[in-house]
Design a protein around this ligand. Sequence first.
Ligand code: ATP
Ligand code: ATP
Ligand code: MG
Ligand code: MG
Ligand code: MG
Ligand code: MG
Length: 279
Amino acid sequence: MAGSKFSYVRNFELPDPLLPDTYIVFRLDGHSFHRFSDVHGFVKPNDKRALELMDQAALKLMEEYRDIVLAFGESDEYSFLLRRSASLYNRRETKIVTTLTSFFTSSYVFMWHKYFPDTPLQYPPSFDGRIVLYPREQHIRDYFSWRQADTHINNLYNTVFWALVQQGGLTTTDAHGTLRGTVSKQKHEILFTRFQINYNEVDERYRKGSVIVREEVRPTSSRASIDAVTGENAEESTVPDRLQPKKKKSKDKAPTQMTLLHCDIIKDDFWIARPEILA
Ligand code: ATP
Ligand code: ATP
Ligand code: MG
Ligand code: MG
Ligand code: MG
Ligand code: MG
């Protein structure tokens, strides 16, 4: 198309291709969720509904984008690994970042009412997004270890902090003061001696974060197992077939399913059991 005399302005748009054959890590994070969680009455230190909503938005994104093979979520953030051969949107960075961030955000809003039926949204939440490229497998292992180590550090701190405030009756300032300079072992001790909480018995969801893996469905697996995992589309649909959104044809692609776990991804076991993630 030749276009108008104005169309030269398009030439100012610069291409932004991502380096080929490198792992793409896409991470998004809630914008000002400290405030968002206050305004919407999130339970401290961990609001399970909010974490489950994040997981469901991540699952929706993975259903939509098959290049995502692994995801890790904690608090108001989620990281997604796209296979190194991904050719999504010709690897245009802005296109990928904006479309995925927007899809995740609208899914979060779309499903909000399921997880917070009694809490209307007070304002539209937003997320920032970024892409980082990593050339080597070890970088990916270290990236996900970095995020899970962060989950552990934050959750241990927050668990003691809120025990001091909620059960110990301390002000937030005093609780921060009590914890200043303490090492991990001392935090475990405070939890156990003052509040009889064995940190290792805290729900794995909080200690390990959320891990979502895409795995090939073996031919014998039934549709029911997919639904059990995502928790979505489990009911019989009452919408007539002709009104159902068209399923994309994936001739040569094996069907996959997503599994949500709360497990260690720092040690080797997780990766040895799933060599296809870094293939
Ligand atoms: P920024 O815009 O820079 O990301 P932020 O306020 O979102 O600012 P973060 O470092 O991302 O800061 O931290 C997110 C905050 O959101 C947490 O510190 C916590 O207060 C709150 N939060 C997020 N998820 C939950 C949850 N499931 N339960 C309780 N609080 C949560
Ligand atoms: P891409 O993902 O590459 O942007 P696209 O299908 O969104 O693909 P666009 O070039 O952005 O393509 O064009 C948007 C299209 O959406 C229009 O061509 C038109 O068909 C449709 N559309 C958008 N807004 C309206 C509207 N208000 N009324 C009718 N059609 C609309
Ligand atoms: Mg931040
Ligand atoms: Mg945030
Ligand atoms: Mg955050
Ligand atoms: Mg468009």
